[in-house]
Design a protein around this ligand. Structure first.
Ligand SMILES: Cc1cc2nc3c(=O)[nH]c(=O)nc-3n(C[C@H](O)[C@H](O)[C@H](O)COP(=O)(O)OP(=O)(O)OC[C@H]3O[C@@H](n4cnc5c(N)ncnc54)[C@H](O)[C@@H]3O)c2cc1C
Length: 315
């Protein structure tokens, strides 16, 4: 279960949801320091195992991967699941290497075929969806946050157990990487990779002020994160951290609003697994409309202020 040091990350329930779809015998594993609140949250969803230690305070990949691998071995875990995030890419991939198992990342669906687990995952920047079978044990899988729902919270919390003190040897924790600092984003908007709703803007917006007023304004009216196409990042209108796409962030929110974005394949690679896609574009032939569940042909400079006013008046 991934957390930010104070609360579980919203997408981490997807990993448990996937695990629960395969087995009743699941454990939520939380590691870090001062985990009481996060363990309590996780215990609403599944029995919890915690590795709470000052040496694990920062999510340094070589340490966390080492502990995940040790605990997975001690538990005889057949399946290790995490939600597919920037952190998981670093940490869980390493744990898979240590465990010598078979790994699939970015899973968006599964089915059992004659008792065999078939996993669906995008490949080649989302150009194809491959169905794969993992050979070997344990299996290590990361799932896209929007692909699975968290299990329903139980009325009576599950148990919380600390890992046995000898499950990992603090003295033997890898020491090659030291944690320096984490620059947290200031401002009230959620991170684009974690938000339930993402409002993204493209080249239709002529400057940073217009972007902030329209894309930022709509995001605030919806409690959403802002995202951007690369065209705006390259033009210096939006920061790199907002870029969605093949060379930016991969997002899969419940709702993705594409404002003045054409729908280039490299942008689609980062958002096409969103649950619902809605687009506003003045070109009725824009490729984004082929992928959008809802489309509005119009000028973002007219339609977006109208939407913001509508949303604000209904709140
Ligand atoms: C190797 C590589 C990697 C890349 N990685 C990424 C990536 O990670 N993310 C990414 O986004 N791109 C990426 N790109 C760039 C990508 O190919 C496109 O150039 C880019 O996505 C286009 O951004 P856009 O849709 O904002 O701009 P455009 O393609 O120029 O589209 C602008 C759209 O806005 C519409 N429009 C204009 N004015 C208005 C208005 N007033 N009202 C309504 N609609 C309007 C137009 O009809 C048009 O459809 C990559 C390219 C390469 C080669």
């Amino acid at each position: 279960m991934e957390h930010d040091g104070t609360a579980l990350r919203s997408g981490s329930g997807a990993a448990l949801g996937f695990a629960r779809a395969l087995s009743e015998d699941i454990t939520a594993f939380v590691l870090g320091e001062n985990l009481e609140a996060m363990a309590g949250e996780a215990a609403k969803l599944a029995p919890v195992l915690v590795a709470d230690h000052p040496a694990l305070a920062a999510p340094v990949a070589d340490r966390w991967a080492h502990v995940i691998a040790e605990v997975a071995r001690a538990q005889n875990a057949e399946l290790i699941v995490a939600t597919s995030t920037t952190w998981a890419k670093d940490i869980v991939g390493r744990a898979a290497g240590l465990l010598g198992g078979a790994m699939a990342s970015d899973v968006i669906g599964h089915e059992m075929v004659d008792g065999e687990l078939h996993l669906r995952r995008p490949m080649f920047a989302g150009a194809v969806n491959a169905t794969i079978v993992l050979e070997g044990s344990p299996k290590i899988i990361t799932v896209r946050p929007s692909a699975y729902d968290a299990p329903t919270a139980a009325t009576t919390p599950f148990t919380i157990e600390a890992v046995a003190t000898d499950a990992f040897d603090v003295e033997k924790l890898p020491n090659a990487t030291q944690f320096e600092s984490l620059d947290r984003k200031t401002g009230a908007r959620p991170d684009v990779t974690e938000a339930r709703i993402v409002v993204s803007g493209g080249r239709a917006f002529k400057n940073s002020e217009d972007f902030e007023q329209h894309v930022g304004g709509l995001a605030d009216a919806l409690g959403a994160a802002t995202g951007s196409s690369r065209a705006l990042v390259d033009a210096g209108i939006t920061p790199n951290s907002l870029q969605v796409g093949q060379t930016g962030k991969i997002v899969a929110p419940e709702l993705y609003l594409a404002l003045g974005i054409s729908g280039a394949v490299q942008h689609l690679a980062g958002m096409k697994n969103s649950r619902v896609i809605a687009a506003i574009n003045q070109d009725p032939d824009a490729p984004i409309f082929e992928f959008a569940d809802y489309g509005l042909v119009g000028d973002v400079y007219e339609e977006v202020p109208r939407l913001i006013a509508e949303l604000n008046s209904s709140q």
